[in-house]
Design a protein around this ligand. Structure first.
Ligand code: GP9
Ligand code: MN
Length: 429
């Protein structure tokens, strides 16, 4: 009910951390590209096999002086996988412990999502993806999120060898998206969801490339680096296109990895690949890091080490764009803010902080990986505080999502989305 909203509002107000003003509005009015790197884990960045970089294009972006990158940002998805990532990134709400919010509630719930907010700030908003529009209920959810355009597979020319796994191969996807991007009124917000680097990581002969195949003997892991390399090449081509069209000059590009590519079923192969002895649940938790980077000509870059997660992307992005956001109910905080709480909540109730990692009932030192069997008083205090926070944020977020509480909430200056204003039907002449 409407009164349930009270405790949510109170917690968010009491825990609000002001955004970093030195970054407020640095990308104001720019086009925004949000590039979803499918199943892409942070360890791939700068990873070399037999002396060769697996992702040279993304590495270059990561180290550019115009790129603001994060190396301690974690994915926080549960069963909803890609859709949980999309939900967190564009709404700063957690996914549920079971199922996908987009699939189950995406057609009916009220949201205050990034596309709708930017839409009311003069942006054209569009999502692009080479799979059918119904997957994860995007066809309906994107209307509730206020996307003006949704270019799903039916908008692409799909010849027989253009497809692999779930849909269009990334290079073809980016190439064919150009015609639509070029027609979007500026400034625009364009989310592009890649696909080829997806389990079980198949790659056809013509795309098997110059990097040597790893030899862990695990098909998933060995295939993963090959498709990640292919994805990286598609990013290289896309960035070259941005430069050629001149769009680079007035755009900011954000990259993120949605979730792990290699599940804990493959720990022995990961141990071999990363040369980690005694690879265990602690290492598995650390491997939930995913890339997050913003690149734009003139952006003051660097690699930031704050601990955060997908829940924190929305306030970070809105601050860069100079969009006032204190009126929205977000569970994350600006990753550039000073004195932010660095507890990263996982849906399982596990967490990572710069000091402590908790998996089930086991506590580890985040820095050393040492199991902490006898915590000091200070560690016990920190652990309890983190447990408390994680339990609270997850249950409050669940309350918002399950109770559809945003329907009772009126952020100032924001008009509710009416899904019936949107139609993504392919126009046939
Ligand atoms: C499907 C794609 C994959 O369209 O986004 O979703 P995932 O299996 O990674 O959740
Ligand atoms: Mn995914």
């Amino acid at each position: 009910s409407a009164s349930d909203l009270k405790s949510v509002k109170r917690w968010i107000k009491n825990n609000h951390v002001p955004a970093n003003v030195s970054y407020t509005g640095v990308a104001k009015g720019k086009n925004v590209f949000v590039i979803h790197l499918e199943s892409f884990q942070q360890f791939l960045i700068d990873f070399k096999y037999e002396g060769k970089e697996v992702t040279p294009n993304l590495n270059k972006i990561y180290h550019s002086s115009n790129t603001l990158a994060f190396d301690n940002v974690f994915n926080q998805v549960a069963q909803g996988k890609t859709s949980d990532a999309e939900l967190m990134l564009e709404n700063s709400l957690y996914g549920l412990s079971e199922g996908s919010v987009m699939s189950n509630l995406g057609s009916s719930n009220t949201f205050e999502a990034v596309p709708s907010i930017l839409d009311q700030d003069g942006y054209t908003t569009a999502a692009f993806h080479g799979d059918k529009g119904s997957f994860w209920n995007r066809d309906n959810t994107y209307k509730q999120w206020g996307y003006d355009y949704w270019f799903s597979k039916s908008y692409y020319d799909v010849k027989s060898d253009y497809d692999m796994g779930y849909g269009l191969k990334d290079k073809i996807f980016f190439k064919q998206s150009a015609q639509y991007i070029e027609q979007l009124p500026q400034p625009f917000y364009a989310k592009m969801i890649t696909l080829t680097n997806h389990y079980p990581y198949p790659l056809d002969k013509q795309n098997v490339t110059d990097i040597p195949k790893t030899d862990t003997g695990d098909k998933t892991v060995d295939g993963y680096l090959q498709t990640a390399h292919y994805l990286d090449q598609s990013i290289g081509e896309f960035m070259a296109w941005l430069k050629k069209t001149g769009l680079e000059k007035n755009s900011m590009v954000m990259f993120y990895g949605d979730h792990y590519g290699v599940s804990s079923n493959h720990n022995p192969a990961m141990a071999k690949l990363l040369k980690i002895k005694g690879y265990n649940e602690y290492n598995d938790a650390q491997q939930q890091r995913v890339p997050l980077m913003f690149t734009m000509p003139g952006l003051k870059g660097g690699i930031n080490h704050t601990y955060g997660g997908e829940i924190d992307v929305m306030p970070t992005l809105l601050n860069l764009l100079g969009v006032k956001d204190s009126q929205y109910l977000m569970f994350g905080s600006d990753l550039l803010a000073k004195n932010r709480n660095q507890t990263v909540a996982f849906r399982s109730g596990n967490f990572v902080t710069p000091e402590l990692t908790k998996v089930g009932n086991h506590l580890y030192d985040t820095k050393t990986g040492e199991r902490i069997k006898h915590p000091t008083e200070a560690q016990e205090k920190a652990e309890n505080a983190a447990v408390n926070r994680v339990t609270t944020v997850l249950s409050l977020s669940d309350r918002v999502v399950n109770g559809d509480l945003l329907r009772f909430y009126k952020p100032s200056g924001y008009t509710k989305v009416d899904a019936s204003d949107y139609s993504y039907k392919l126009k046939t002449s």
